[in-house]
Design a protein around this ligand. Structure first.
Ligand code: TXA
Ligand code: MG
Length: 352
């Protein structure tokens, strides 16, 4: 490829951060380059948010549609004031409780941020991440960093450096390997410009968490109804997403019915000559006496499922699976975010 970049891969122990590497990474950011770094949600592909040329490189490296705006990361709450028109009181309250953390808030943007970042919208998405490496990089570069998830557009977000290498080798200047991410799903996106704060993408901070602080919060109707006529307020939610190469079928219903139907369909697809995989849970794993079964986690501890989900979808691709049969989980708490990603990855949902 003619414009291949020499990608430097470096390892950082989050508990003993090598300041020299952070300095080098910050220099790349300040010179208009691209650095991939871990956050507590997923890996991000970062550039100086105030440099349009650098931001352009992110869109190019990911193959991201130009109409999908980027999240701007800050390392200090006070940095927010430059980037947005107004910080409403309820946003301060939420930030007090959940920043740094897996929460992105949408504000009316100030002129400091360009149309490139916001994809022409009047608003901007801002996040204060909770990851020592990300925070050191923000502090050292002294820049707001635009960073979407560090995957090729459409693929599952990366939760390990190996996933980033698979997608972005030769397309970025540096990849910082800081181990596996903690939550494994992207942050909650909440629109603070609407009358009642509105969740545009469910994530690690749940609607229950937000209601506890603000007394009110609602979901964008587009993420609760599977009606394609409702246009989501978050441009990213309109694309099919988080998709492995394999076809994904999602099974919803009572757990025992799901298991029975998955076994039946597994055998049907096998007869058709397909290589079939099952995404099981701790509670159901023992019932599948089949090949290619990956246990994604524990239904009673949804954090185990969120942190493994994208990694396991990628694993099925490495195994050469044609069809993944995946179990739905309960949509409460973190389950809402897990089901949002699974539904977007799925070609088909079967209710049993
Ligand atoms: O956890 C995360 O949020 C990760 C890490 C790296 O911080 N980042 C991430 O970025 O997931 P990305 O670009 O993959 O997803 C950003 C989402 C997209 O769905 C985008 O459409 C939406 O946020 N978004 C960004 N700016 C917006 C805006 N002004 N209004 C509505 N939605 C916006
Ligand atoms: Mg993304």
């Amino acid at each position: 490829m003619k414009d291949k970049i020499n990608t430097k891969i470096v390892k950082i122990n989050p508990n003993n951060i090598d300041c020299d590497i952070i300095k080098e990474a910050a220099e790349i950011i300040n010179n208009g380059g691209i650095v991939v770094f871990p956050t507590e949600t997923v890996y991000g592909i970062g550039a100086d948010a105030l440099n349009d040329e650098a931001v352009d490189k992110i869109f190019k490296a990911k193959g991201r549609p130009q109409d999908n705006p980027l999240i701007v990361h800050i390392g200090d709450f006070d940095d927010l004031y430059d980037l947005v028109e107004e910080v409403p009181e309820n946003a301060k309250n939420l930030a007090n409780k959940y920043w740094p953390g897996p929460l992105t808030m949408i504000f009316d943007k100030s002129d400091v941020l360009s149309d490139k970042i916001s994809a022409g919208l009047k608003t901007a998405a801002i996040r204060f991440p909770l990851n020592k490496i990300a925070l050191e990089l923000l502090k050292e570069s002294k820049k707001p960093i635009a960073a979407p998830s560090a995957n090729t557009s459409g693929k599952p977000s990366p939760t390990e450096a190996a996933h980033v290498i698979e997608d972005l080798m030769g397309k970025v200047d540096m990849i910082i390997d800081g181990g596996s991410t903690y939550i494994g799903l992207e942050s909650t996106v909440v629109d603070m410009t609407s009358e009642v704060p509105m969740i545009l993408r469910p994530g690690g901070v749940t609607i229950e968490d937000i209601v506890k602080v603000l007394g009110e919060c609602e979901y964008d109707p587009a993420i609760i109804k599977s009606n394609e006529k409702i246009i989501p307020k978050s441009p990213g939610q309109k694309y099919r997403h988080y998709s492995p190469k394999a076809k994904v079928i999602l099974y919803k219903g009572l757990v025992e019915n799901i298991v029975e139907k998955i076994i039946e369909d597994y055998e049907k697809f096998e007869l058709e000559g397909k290589t079939v995989g099952i995404m099981s849970t701790d509670q159901t794993h023992k019932y599948y006496n089949k090949k290619n079964v990956i246990c994604v986690g524990d239904r009673t501890n949804l954090l185990t499922i969120s942190s493994n989900l994208f990694r396991d979808l990628r694993k099925f691709d490495q195994m050469g699976i044609d069809v993944i049969l995946a179990e739905a989980v309960n949509e409460e708490g973190l389950g809402k975010a897990i089901m949002n990603r699974l539904s977007k990855a799925a070609n088909k949902t079967i209710i049993v």
